[in-house]
Design a protein around this ligand. Structure first.
Ligand code: GLA
Length: 390
C-alpha cells in the first residue's frame, strides 16, 4: 500500500506540515558482537528506514502516531518520562526524556512515523527510530547537538531507558552511513572511514529469517556480561580496557586466565572476529571478494559455535549458501537469535539464489524467508520533498 505522509499527517492532526526526516536501518558486513568490546565493525546504512513527519503544537502534548502500529500515545509535557510497556513509542519517548535531562526546553509535538524496515529483523529498526527522532528534535528545537552527540544520546536511550546494553554500531551506522560505502568504525575511539563497497559482479542479498527475536534482549545482555567477565580475568595480567585491545596471538598466551569454558569461547570469538575485520578490510580494498566471502563464512561459524547466537534458521541460510558456487560468502548480521543473514551473490545469479534459498529454508524450517537485494544508502537527514512510501 502506498502512503503519502504529508496528507496522512493532515488527516490525523488537521494541519499542514512541511518537514520530514528519514533514518535508515543497517546491515553489518562483518565484525559482530564486538562493538561493545571496543572492536572494529563494518556496517552500511540501507535504503529501508524510518520516516517521521513532525510539527510543533501549542498544547504542551506529545502525540505519537504510526502508520505501522495501531497503538498510539498522547502524553503531556512533563519533567520526566519512564518506559511503559513494550510499545514502539517508548523509543521516541526515551529520546525526549534525554533531551529534557540535558536541560533543553521542549514544546508539544505532533509526530507521525512510518517504517519499512521489517520489525525484529535485526536491521536496527530501534536505532533508526531513535536516531530519526533525535535528529528531528535537534533541528526543531535548535539544540545544537553534533551528529556524534546525537548518536551517543540515542545509544544511552537504548541502554538505560529501553534496557538493552548494545554497543554504538547501530546508532552510528544509521547516522553516518553513506551511499555505496561501508563504515570502518573503531568502536573504541569512534574514528571511522567510509570505504567503497565495490562488490564487482556481486550484490548484497539480505535474507530475513522471519523468525522474531524473542530472547534477543536477555541473551544479548548475557553475552555482554560474559565479555566483561573475560576482560576482568585477562586484566589480571594485561593492561587493557577492552577485549579487542589484543590480537589473537596475544590472547592465546593469556587465555589460561579465563577459567570458565563458556566465557573462554565468547572471548575467543570476540578477539578472532576483530582480527577477521582487519583482513576483510584488506580484502575489500583489494577487490578480493572471494577472500571477503570466506571471512564471512568464518564469522558465521564462530557466531554459531563459539558465541552461540545463531539458530537453525540463520544456519539454514548459510548452509545453503555454501552449496551455491555463485555465493562468495554468507553470515548472520546483527545480534542474531533470528533476524537476518546477508550473502554476497553474483548479480546474474540472484534470482536463482532467491528461489533456491527459499526452497531450502522452507524444507528445513517450515515457512518462507524474505529475500531482498539490498541497496546501500545514506544516513539520517531532512527530506525536502513530499514522501510517498510503500
Ligand atoms: C545489535 C546491537 C549492536 C551490536 C550487534 C551485534 O545490533 O545493537 O550494538 O552489538 O547487535 O554486533
Amino acid at each position: 500500500m502506498k502512503h503519502n505522509l504529508y496528507p496522512e499527517f493532515k488527516n490525523l492532526f488537521n494541519k499542514e506540515v512541511g518537514n520530514a526526516w528519514f533514518s535508515p536501518g543497517r546491515v553489518n558486513l562483518i565484525g559482530e558482537h564486538i562493538d561493545y568490546n571496543g572492536g572494529l565493525v563494518m556496517p552500511c546504512a540501507i535504503t529501508f528506514g524510518t520516516y517521521v513527519v513532525a510539527a510543533l503544537n501549542n498544547d504542551n502534548v506529545f502525540r505519537f502516531r504510526s502508520l505501522n502500529f495501531d497503538d498510539k500515545l498522547d502524553i503531556p509535557l512533563q519533567p520526566e518520562y519512564k518506559k511503559t510497556g513494550e510499545s514502539w513509542f517508548n523509543y521516541p519517548l526515551g529520546i525526549i526524556e534525554y533531551f529534557l535531562k540535558d536541560g533543553h526546553q521542549l514544546q508539544g509535538l505532533d509526530l507521525l512515523y512510518y517504517g519499512d524496515i521489517p520489525i525484529s529483523s535485526g536491521l536496527s529498526s530501534s536505532a533508526s527510530i531513535e536516531v530519526v527522532t533525535a535528529y528531528a528534535l535537534n533541528e526543531l528545537f535548535n539544540c545544537g547537538y553534533s551528529k556524534l552527540e546525537l548518536v551517543k544520546l540515542a545509544k544511552e536511550v537504548e541502554n538505560v531507558f529501553i534496557g538493552v546494553n548494545c554497543g554504538i554500531m547501530d546508532q552510528f551506522a544509521v547516522a553516518f552511513g553513506e551511499k555505496d560505502k561501508a563504515l570502518m568504525l573503531n568502536c573504541d575511539t569512534l574514528d571511522y572511514k567510509a570505504v567503497d563497497t565495490n562488490l564487482a559482479e556481486y550484490v548484497l542479498a539480505i535474507i530475513n529469517t522471519n523468525k522474531p527475536r524473542k530472547l534477543a534482549e536477555s541473551k544479548y545482555n548475557e553475552r555482554v556480561q560474559e565479555c566483561q567477565a573475560a576482560l576482568k580475568a585477562l586484566q589480571q595480567e594485561l593492561d587493557i580496557q577492552n577485549l579487542c585491545d589484543i590480537d589473537t596471538a596475544t590472547f592465546k598466551r593469556h587465555e589460561h586466565l579465563i577459567t570458565d569454558a563458556v566465557v573462554l569461547k565468547r572471548a575467543t570469538h570476540v578477539i578472532e572476529e576483530n582480527d577477521r575485520v582487519k583482513l576483510a578490510a584488506e580484502a575489500l580494498a583489494g577487490g578480493d571478494l572471494a577472500e571477503f566471502g570466506k571471512l564471512m563464512y568464518a564469522s558465521h561459524d564462530s557466531l554459531k559455535n563459539l558465541y552461540e547466537v545463531s539458530g537453525k534458521e540463520l544456519d539454514a541460510v548459510v548452509e545453503y549458501s555454501k552449496t551455491n558456487p555463485n555465493v562468495a560468502g554468507a553470515r548472520m548480521t546483527g545480534a542474531g537469535f533470528g533476524g537476518c543473514a546477508i550473502a554476497l551473490v553474483k548479480e546474474n545469479a540472484f534470482d536463482k539464489f532467491s528461489e533456491e534459498v527459499t526452497a531450502y529454508y522452507i524444507a528445513k524450517v517450515g515457512y518462507a524467508p524474505s529475500v531482498y537485494s539490498s541497496l546501500i544508502g545514506d544516513g539520517v537527514g531532512l527530506l525536502k520533498t513530499n514522501i510517498t512510501v510503500e
